[in-house]
Design a binder for this molecule. Structure first.
Ligand code: IDP
Ligand code: MG
Length: 138
């Protein structure tokens, strides 16, 4: 099976009507959407998803922000999917993101930075399982 990663189009990007541009970038890069869901995360759901960051000073703000409006959760598949998506995203802080990357173009701040992407194959598997049942993926 080709490599998979989990992407989330965050509330700021959904609100500014960037869903189409961002999903187009995934497809243009050869990353195939395998499952996609638009949904509002509860605060508890966002806290579970970002549990690795629970000791960080921005955890409460981050999870409040992630539950502030609808997001689009996407499973992407393709060769080198994790790294390819991280390259498309750009650096965490849009100010430091390479020109033309999703975060450089659409990110508003280090917190409201348009997209999430898994940072390793292992974490991708955990994150995909957090949102999608095995039966939703083929
Ligand atoms: P990543 O999304 O580039 O992998 P992480 O360090 O995993 O970055 O942080 C997760 C998310 O937490 C970021 O995408 C961003 O929304 C938020 N975040 C990271 N660092 C800060 C910060 O210093 N202040 C506020 N929010 C932050
Ligand atoms: Mg991360």
């Amino acid at each position: 099976m080709a490599e998979r990663t989990l992407a989330i189009i965050k509330p700021d990007a959904v609100a500014k009507h960037a869903i189409g541009d961002i999903t187009h970038r995934y497809e243009e890069a050869g990353l195939s959407p395998k499952a996609m869901r638009m949904m509002c995360l509860s605060k508890t759901c966002a806290e579970g998803f970002y549990a690795v960051h629970r000791e960080r000073p921005f955890f409460n703000d981050l999870t409040t922000y992630m539950s502030s409006g609808p997001v689009v959760v996407v499973v992407l598949e393709g060769a080198d999917a994790v790294k390819k998506n991280r390259d498309l995203m750009g650096a965490t802080d849009p100010k430091n993101a390479e020109a033309g990357t999703i975060r450089a173009v659409h990110g508003a701040s280090i917190e409201a930075n348009a997209v999430h992407g898994s940072d390793s194959v292992e974490n991708a598997q955990i994150e995909i399982r957090y949102f999608f049942a095995e039966s939703e993926l083929r």
